[in-house]
Unconditional design. Structure first.
Lengths: 132, 208
């Protein structure tokens, strides 16, 4: 089973501060292989151009939002296997349901703690290992 | 909505006189209501404040972004100092275990003490910088208060105006999704979650 430290992460958020915080937390979890994208479109291009193992994405972003990114990932055979963890300030139940139905691997509402992020990443990795 | 530029004079002539009569009545009602309620001066003050509100909000965005970057940069620097102390402590412990007399006689112990002292001073400076970076809260808090007052005045004026002029049948048809985004106050709402536990419960109920 892969551990988070072996994985290459893509953190997608239009706020550089939040990208930096998520990246910093992943680093503290031992995940040093991490890249950033400022919106869904940039992220999708990066995912198609290079190999990634895990996507952590915001929802409200310009150009392409997190839902559209999620749907685009799940519609592309070459990257649809990637787990996508949504990290967002959107707390509406219909958004959570939509994310789950669209294929999100997890959903975290901001503000969140390091423990929550760590728990969700571990849980998703365990699920992937179980289904592999 | 139909473009006004596409309307031909014939269209206007085809409109019945009752419509003009009704428009005139609504305009008079609107004017009288605004005068009676004292809305006009207040509304004017509020709209004049809008460009200022935009610059105030930009100021808040800049100040908070600067503060966040300063804190993150300083934390990185403090963490690096902390790692240095940890490494130096481990190395010192190994030297003392291997040959305590040599460790003292060679001056390694005193060098270590001075190194730790200097490093903790730098960490203390970083912590002070982090503390000082929080000054944005005071500055932006004052600005936020002014913008909130302006927004309240504008909302108050518009609501009074709306209540007076909106037709009976369409009252209460305001789109509840207009203010989507972070939920500031979830009290009494059933369409939003309030914490991560509720997110997990909802996902579990969906089989995730």
């Amino acid at each position: 089973m892969s551990t988070p430290t072996d994985l290459k992460f893509l953190v997608v958020d239009d706020f550089s501060t939040m990208r930096r915080i998520v990246r910093g937390l992943l680093k503290e979890m031992g995940c040093n292989n991490c890249e950033e994208a400022e919106d869904g479109q940039v992220a999708l291009n990066m995912l198609k151009a290079a190999k990634f193992d895990f996507v952590v994405s915001d929802i409200n972003m310009p150009n392409m939002n997190g839902f559209d990114l999620l749907k685009a990932i799940k519609a592309d055979d070459s990257i649809k296997h990637l787990p996508v963890l949504m990290v967002t300030a959107e707390a509406r139940k219909e958004d959570i349901v939509l994310a789950a139905q669209s294929g999100a691997a997890g959903y975290i509402v901001k503000p969140f703690t390091k423990a929550t992020l760590e728990e969700k990443v571990q849980k998703i990795m365990q699920k992937l290992a179980a289904t592999a | 909505m139909e473009d006004i530029a596409n309307l031909r004079p014939a269209d206007a002539l085809a409109v019945s006189p009752e419509v003009f009569q009704q428009l005139g009545t609504i305009t008079r009602l609107l004017h009288d209501t605004m005068q009676q309620l004292g809305v006009m001066p207040k509304l004017q003050t509020a709209t004049e404040g809008l460009p200022d509100a935009r610059s105030r909000l930009s100021y808040i965005a800049t100040k908070t972004a600067d503060a966040a970057n300063k804190v993150l940069n300083t934390v990185d620097a403090a963490k690096a100092e902390h790692h240095q102390i940890s490494d130096a402590t481990r190395a010192m412990a190994q030297q003392i275990v291997a040959d305590p007399v040599k460790a003292v006689a060679s001056g390694a112990v005193m060098n270590f003490v001075h190194e730790v002292e200097a490093s903790t001073k730098r960490i203390d400076d970083h912590l002070t910088d982090i503390m000082m970076a929080q000054d944005f809260h005071d500055l932006t808090g004052q600005v936020v208060a002014k913008v909130v007052t302006l927004a309240n005045d504008l909302e108050d004026s518009l609501v009074k105006l709306l209540i007076q002029v909106v037709p009976e049948g369409v009252r209460g048809q305001v789109d509840p999704n207009v203010l989507n985004g972070p939920v500031v106050n979830a009290e009494g709402r059933t369409d939003v979650v309030t914490d991560q536990g509720e997110v997990d419960d909802l996902l579990a109920s969906l089989g995730f």
